[in-house]
Design a protein around this ligand. Structure first.
Ligand code: HEM
Length: 212
């Protein structure tokens, strides 16, 4: 039987990842990388902890340049993120693909993954993936909300207060970033371990209807 992932368009087959998802995923990845690099440069101007990020991994050269990058990418991140949440809800993508897994399912898949017995079917996310994806969506929302609280602590004092004030909002913003960086490390490691998942996220791929 021909590999469905390589077949031309045929009835009964669908893209593993539809084009809106792919477009939004890569726009998000671009925005996140710029947000993190420029955020580290901004952090270096007034560090919260006794360390700074080396210039080789920061974006923007200096505080003013980094802020310009951070805000430009912020609009891309927010508009793209809202589009993803609306599209994911209306298209049924979240219901079909990102159902929150229970702790038992997560534990089962962790054990299977650690013993290299976890199967991967194109277009189906295992419990660990679903938990990680839902966590990073939550962290993204937290990063944006705490960032807005740091940006407008006077006008949006209630948001700032929700996080415990201006300084606490900075800590929340920092730890949301740290969570996203941790996600990204695991995410890229999993893609490196199962590289066949990468091409469908770029070109769409093909999968039979029941695996959607
Ligand atoms: C920069 C390099 C990146 C690569 C190479 C990459 C690769 C991938 C691939 C291959 C998948 C599909 C996995 C599968 O079919 O099993 C995926 C899905 C996903 N990635 Fe990434 N990714 C990257 C960056 C990011 C970033 C920065 C985020 C968010 C902070 C992210 C969040 C997600 C999410 C939430 C999904 C699931 C999307 C959905 O179905 O709704 N990725 N990624």
């Amino acid at each position: 039987m021909p590999d469905p992932a390589r077949s031309p368009v045929r009835p009964g087959y669908h893209p593993v990842h539809p084009w809106p998802l792919r477009l939004m995923h890569w726009l998000n990845a671009t925005a996140i990388v710029i947000m993190i690099g420029s955020g580290w440069q901004i952090y270096d101007a007034a560090p919260l902890f006794p360390f700074t990020f080396p210039g080789s991994v920061t974006i923007g050269e200096w505080l003013g340049g980094a802020i310009a990058w951070h805000f430009a990418a912020m609009w891309l991140l927010v508009l793209n993120g809202i589009s993803y949440l609306v599209w994911g809800s209306l298209s049924g993508h979240f219901r079909r693909k990102l159902r929150p897994p229970g702790p038992r399912a997560i534990w089962r898949d962790v054990v299977l993954a650690l013993t290299f017995r976890l199967d991967h079917r194109h277009g189906v996310y295992n419990a660990v993936q679903r938990a990680l994806y839902l966590a990073v969506i939550g962290l993204g929302i937290l990063a944006v909300a705490s960032g807005v609280a740091v940006w407008k602590p006077v006008q949006l004092w209630w948001l700032s207060d929700l996080f415990g004030g201006f300084r606490a909002s900075r800590y929340v913003h920092f730890f949301a970033m740290a969570g996203i960086v941790s996600f990204l490390t695991v995410h890229l490691l999993l893609v490196a371990l199962v590289p066949k998942v990468l091409w469908p996220m770029i070109a769409g791929g093909r999968v039979q209807e029941d695996a959607r």
